[in-house]
Design a protein around this ligand. Structure first.
Ligand code: GAL
Length: 363
């Protein structure tokens, strides 16, 4: 009997020791391909540090992600790394806080509470600036005239994702002066800033859905943009960029020349599109660096140490807003994004961002 209880005790301790060092990794979706890579990188990074990684994808459904997070808590996870779908995540974040579990918001701020440890992302305002500057240079807006204006239509990311506001503002702070001068004309709704919520909602794309973006682009081509030729489309990420290009390619007007279409995430399909002269640019956010930084951050907080994140800056001054949750501020650490066009597509390739097979197709 004694031997049996000893074995039982050993098994209990072994199980607890495994789960006590578990990290719950909740990614929002997989229809935007980059999150698959993020989840895999995060598991690798936590395992490097002796943790067990519990990974789930939320299928763009916050209720489903909340159940996944509650399951992590039940399994005894002491750290959560969360890329949320929307602010419905607050209820489980508060549950985790009550259990003294470290919660790090991953590349999407958790809005509606400051009841968590930190936020790690890229300089999302700079992501937008890079998109705006790409359009500025591709259209040579500095030399554009009111007699022969350039035409653009605007898309934004999901209205439930605060990042979408910063992407948009970064781009429009570059483009607004040209619109004011009358050398760049907007076709369709024109929110000067994301704070023009009525118009912003009209260009936003629920859950970053490529299907919704393609339908909206088709409607624009057949209506508002029917009588002109678009020179550019502001697309906030690669999923939307590729969907917009698909719609344009079906319109005879763009058979020989597509509008300048932006993107973000350096997804392979978009990198290939850029190499083939279709999508104009993307923004490379090295998620291997982001996942490493997120785990270093979470591990430091869990061990009561001051986080030292290689390559990251703390969001302060003009960038402080990136850490605003709607109810207050959390420490936000920002990595540096890189604008990528056909000329420097080798950057994500050399960073090892793609598989060997994919990389071979981009060289
Ligand atoms: C944002 C993220 C972008 C892009 C987008 C679509 O939150 O910062 O990089 O992935 O979601 O999922």
């Amino acid at each position: 009997m004694k031997k049996l209880s000893m074995i039982f005790m050993f098994l209990m301790l072994a199980t607890m020791s495994v789960f006590a060092k578990s990290v719950g990794i909740a990614m929002p979706e997989t229809h935007v391909l980059r999150w698959i890579k993020d989840g895999e990188s995060l598991v690798k990074e936590v395992e490097k540090r002796g943790y067990k990684g519990l990974l789930q994808y939320g299928n763009a459904d916050q209720a489903q992600q909340n159940q996944q997070i509650q399951s992590f808590l039940t399994q005894g996870a002491k750290i959560l790394i969360v890329g949320n779908v929307n602010d419905g995540v607050v209820s489980v974040v508060n549950e985790a806080a009550r259990d003294k579990v470290v919660v790090v918001a991953y590349d999407r701020i958790i809005q509606g509470t400051t009841n968590y440890s930190a936020y790690i992302t890229f300089n999302n305002y700079k992501v937008g600036t890079l998109q705006g500057q790409a359009i500025e240079s591709a259209l040579n807006l500095g030399a554009a005239t009111t007699a022969a204006p350039k035409y653009i239509t605007l898309f934004a990311g999901s209205p439930t994702d605060a990042n979408a506001n910063f992407f948009y503002q970064g781009a429009m702070d570059v483009l607004n002066p040209y619109i004011k001068k009358g050398v760049l004309k907007v076709i369709g709704p024109y929110p000067e800033t994301y704070k023009d919520t009525a118009n912003f909602q009209r260009i936003a794309t629920e859950n970053w859905s490529g299907t919704l973006a393609k339908t909206r682009m088709e409607n624009l081509l057949n209506n508002d943009a029917a009588k002109i030729t678009l020179d550019a489309v502001l697309a906030p990420n690669d999923t939307l960029g590729r969907a917009i290009i698909e719609a344009c390619k079906a319109d005879a007007k763009y058979k020989s020349k597509l509008p300048v279409v932006t993107g973000q995430d350096a997804e392979f399909d978009s990198a290939l599109s850029i190499k083939n002269g279709e999508q104009y640019m993307t923004v490379f956010k090295d998620t291997a660096k982001l996942s490493e930084a997120a785990v270093i951050l979470a591990d430091a907080i869990a061990n009561g140490k001051t986080p030292e994140i290689p390559g990251a800056i703390l969001a302060e001054g003009d960038l402080k807003e990136i850490g605003y949750t709607g109810t207050g501020y959390v420490p936000a650490y920002l990595l540096d994004p890189i604008g990528v066009t056909k000329e420097n597509i080798i950057i994500p390739v050399n960073a090892g961002f793609y598989t060997a097979e994919e990389a071979a197709k981009l060289k």
